[in-house]
Design a protein around this ligand. Structure first.
Ligand code: PLP
Length: 396
């Protein structure tokens, strides 16, 4: 078959299985109240959990950063792109996470995807005596990082510490890397990190925690899952993204200084890419001020109140709200086409909630992925609850 016809045939097959994805064009900044494809909408889909993405102080900080440092970095970090803004941010991040690590140092990345590729490859590549133990519901970037490492990868079932313990004990690898999301992005549940860390310490393994959805939202000061559980260890390798609760972009790895130095020397996703705009790093200093300060505390408290409102207000029989205690509030519908119809019906009412389908989630668990933000009001969440309760009845 001709090359383009082959692609078109594959795309058509996506349509037939209700799997074709589309993009909507937002004309306004990220906020619950957006204008999408020209229409005003109430959105429950961003990962801007604290509502900082369009915060006036961050906008001002980004402007100041651009004035001070220009826009482009011009080169990779190891050539000439490592600006004072990046260096200061890394110091602040290391200090912020230091209660949970030993000899903490931090490394800033352009994206969380790249940070995960860097950790999984940087700590294993070229080491025939390394093995990765990966939780089955891990984010795609961790799965891709494990593949790219080209070392042996063992997948353990979701939250199954006994299965993991069996795998770890059977391994003779000198470098063992246990890798997990903290908050799982499709179910909103939290990994049993205290028991995982204890197991890793017993077995001499690193514990890599991807806290994309926890950083900024969990813990009294927003230090994420490690603070939430009160963990501290020199074997923790912490990945926090700065694109979600922090409202800007990029990510960081915080870990023992020897881990960070190894990544700088060996991690290709760190070495072979241009450093991000220094102005972003500069703006992130203000994000950290907001997250760690009184405003962050107030925003996290409001987010918790909204979660309880969802829990108390949804009365579903056929569909199921997963018992999530995080800003990710999935409502499992089941069939792909029904999930799409529900999302379309919500959209009719001006409510924007994404339908998530396989392969992102397991077969027959297509769902609405409601994400809450501290910038939603209780009235807005009530509007969603009323709509979902009514739609479930109508659609049976
Ligand atoms: C969003 C996300 C990432 C990727 O972070 P980006 O900064 O968007 O590249 C990694 N891991 C998890 C669990 C995520 O949810």
């Amino acid at each position: 078959m001709e090359l383009i016809a082959r692609l078109d045939q594959q795309l058509q097959s996506l349509d037939e299985r209700s799997l074709r994805r589309t993009r909507r064009v937002a004309d306004t900044p990220c906020s619950p109240r957006v204008q999408v494809d020209g229409r005003p909408m109430l959105a429950f889909c961003s990962n801007d959990y604290l509502g900082l993405a369009a915060h006036p102080r961050l906008i001002e900080a980004l402007r100041e950063g651009a004035t001070k440092y220009g826009v482009g970095s011009g080169a990779s970090h190891l050539i000439s792109g490592h600006s004072r803004a990046h260096a200061v941010l890394e110091e602040r991040l290391a200090e912020f996470m230091s209660p949970h690590l030993e000899s903490a140092r931090a490394l800033y990345f352009c994206t969380g995807y790249m940070a995960n590729l860097a950790v999984l490859t940087g700590l294993t590549v070229g080491d025939r005596n390394a093995e990765i133990f990966s939780e089955s519901m891990n984010h795609a970037s961790l799965i891709d990082g494990a593949r790219l490492s080209r070392v042996s990868v063992k997948v353990y079932p979701h939250a199954d510490l006994e299965a993991l313990a069996v795998l770890l004990r059977a391994s003779s690898a000198a470098t063992k890397l246990v890798v997990t999301d903290s908050v799982f992005s499709m179910d909103g549940d939290i990994a049993p990190l205290p028991a995982l860390l204890a197991l890793c310490e017993r077995c001499g393994a690193w514990l890599v925690v991807d806290d994309a959805h926890g950083f900024g939202t969990l813990g009294a000061h927003g230090r994420g899952a490690l603070e939430h559980f009160g963990l501290q260890s020199k074997y923790l390798v912490y990945v926090g993204t700065l694109s979600k609760a922090a409202g800007v972009g990029g990510a960081f790895v915080a870990a023992h200084a020897s881990v960070i130095e190894t990544l700088i020397q060996k991690a290709r996703p760190y070495i072979y890419t241009t450093a991000s705009a220094p102005a972003l790093a500069h703006a992130l200093l203000t994000s950290l001020d907001l997250i760690g300060g009184a405003e962050g505390i107030a925003r996290r408290a409001h987010l918790q109140a909204l979660l309880r409102q969802m829990e108390d207000g949804l009365h579903l029989r056929r569909w199921q709200r997963l018992p999530s205690m995080t800003a990710i509030q999935p409502v499992v519908i089941g069939a792909n086409d029904e999930a799409l119809r529900v999302a379309a019906a919500l959209l009719e009412q001006g409510l924007w909630v994404p339908a998530i389908r396989p392969p992102t989630v397991p077969q027959n668990t297509a769902r609405l992925r409601v994400t809450l933000s501290a910038s939603h009001s209780t009235q807005e969440v009530a509007q969603l609850i009323v709509a979902l309760n009514a739609l479930e009845k109508e659609m049976t």
